[in-house]
Write a protein that binds this ligand. Structure first.
Ligand SMILES: Nc1ncnc2c1ncn2[C@@H]1O[C@H](COP(=O)(O)OP(=O)(O)OP(=O)(O)O)[C@@H](O)[C@H]1O
Ligand SMILES: [Mg+2]
Length: 399
């Protein structure tokens, strides 16, 4: 007969768990992200550059070979006979050919937050892709703000939150009133024209600090802890894309309050749909209670609120629930369905997105299908930026 051993675990055991898991993670990550720099931007060949700027490949080669036309000639890597262009060079072509109007001088950039309190819906992937995609369409400068203590967006931007990022590099010093604006926290990334305010685990403290400060001082507006800092930065960026954690906490509500636009990726399944409806109810309740003391909150307006079916599986059930979502969210439900894709598995292992690649890893069809939908999401957001700036800009297809 076997005897049951009743094992218990004390705090020392938890401490050992923390230590051993962190050291394994560090070892694995060093392997994953070697060599420094942790991430490098993609190289474009003439064909991928031609596709990006929507002209013929032949023309790219002609332009690159011509001297003194102000366009980069690219380089021919060893062992290749094809011309390649760095991301920075590719963006020169984008700015030369793209008819996308520039942000008017009197308009600030728009603040867009990706949020829903369900985990794993594709928020961080969408945030990062939207930011990369906007620069590829000609946006001059885009800022990413990681509002999730897990720091996944920070990782996608090429930094390891627990190794490269100190608490002083996050939004926390500004929230504590130790910094006058948010500029100290802005970091360059491996991607031209894309900056980052990173996150690390210290962001959890916001959820203790903000309510504690409010309970001591009822005049403290805990929902505006970042508003002035973000509006100040928005003068310098076409867009600030904020990636929220999978919860509606105090920090998330600050982001929602400061945002001009909301992107909500929801997989069409009943659990995620149900949780998204609770989310809107909670946001409304929050607004109701603060509106009593803050006229600005009572008058809050968004440029756009877009619910995006994400990680969509080709099943009848998804279609049924997308139908419910259409009834629930009406005009806010986009026609863009981001598919659940093997393409993502193939490159997310290396902390890459579809825009970090210029060609498929694995199935080309899966890559194209996923990338086309992501392109539509970027176009959707770009069109909303143009509208917010009062620009009349016709896109070939409007999403
Ligand atoms: N369309 C997709 N198809 C397949 N896998 C996906 C897709 N979108 C995202 N993923 C994968 O799902 C996981 C979660 O994605 P992501 O981090 O973007 O979600 P999230 O909503 O930000 O999660 P969290 O709530 O934890 O912040 C990641 O491993 C990502 O690579
Ligand atoms: Mg996330």
């Amino acid at each position: 007969m076997s005897t049951i051993v009743n094992t218990t675990y004390n705090l020392n055991h938890i401490s050992e768990l923390a230590e051993s898991s962190t050291s394994v993670l560090n070892a694995v990550r060093t392997k994953l992200l070697e060599p420094e720099p942790r991430k490098i931007a993609p190289q474009f060949n003439s064909a991928s550059l031609a596709a990006l700027v929507n002209i013929e490949k032949r023309r790219i080669n002609q332009l690159a070979a011509k001297e003194n036309n102000g366009l980069p000639e690219g380089h021919i890597p060893e062992g290749s006979n094809a011309r390649h262009f760095s991301l920075a060079e590719a963006l020169d072509y984008v700015h030369h050919f793209n008819k996308r109007p520039r942000r008017p001088d009197n308009e600030r950039g728009r603040i867009i937050c990706t949020t829903v309190f369900k985990g794993g819906t594709g928020k961080t992937t969408s945030s990062f892709c939207i930011a990369q995609g906007l620069t590829l369409r000609g946006a001059r400068k885009v800022l990413l703000l990681d509002a999730d203590p897990q720091g996944t967006l920070t990782q996608l931007a090429g930094y390891a939150p627990d190794v490269d990022i100190g608490d002083e590099d996050t939004v926390m010093p500004y929230i504590y009133g130790e910094q006058k604006n948010l500029r100290y926290a802005v970091k360059k990334t491996y991607w031209k024209n894309l900056d980052l305010i990173p996150a690390n685990i210290s962001l959890y403290a916001a959820d203790f600090y903000l309510p504690a400060r409010y309970s001591k001082d009822k005049s403290y507006k805990f929902w505006k802890a970042l508003n002035a800092g973000l509006l100040d930065l928005a003068k310098d960026y076409d867009a600030i894309i904020i990636d929220c954690p999978p919860s509606l906490n105090y920090l998330t509500f600050n982001m929602i309050f400061s945002a001009d636009g909301i992107v909500m990726p929801i997989p069409p399944n009943s659990v995620d749909f149900a949780s998204s409806t609770q989310f809107w109810r909670l946001v409304h309740q929050m607004y109701q209670s603060i509106s009593e003391v803050d006229a600005e909150a009572a008058d809050k307006k968004y440029d756009f609120i877009s619910v995006v079916p994400s990680r969509v599986k080709p099943k009848e059930m998804s279609q049924l629930i997308t139908g419910w979502m259409g009834k629930a969210f009406g005009e806010h439900l986009t026609t863009i369905n981001i598919p659940e894709s093997t393409a993502v598995d193939n490159f997310s292992f290396g902390l890459m997105t579809v825009y970090d690649q210029t060609k498929a890893i694995g199935s080309n069809a899966a890559f194209r299908k996923y990338k086309d939908r992501m392109d539509e999401l970027v176009d959707h957001v770009d069109t909303r930026l143009m509208r917010a700036w009062g620009l009349n800009w016709e896109m070939e297809n409007e999403y």
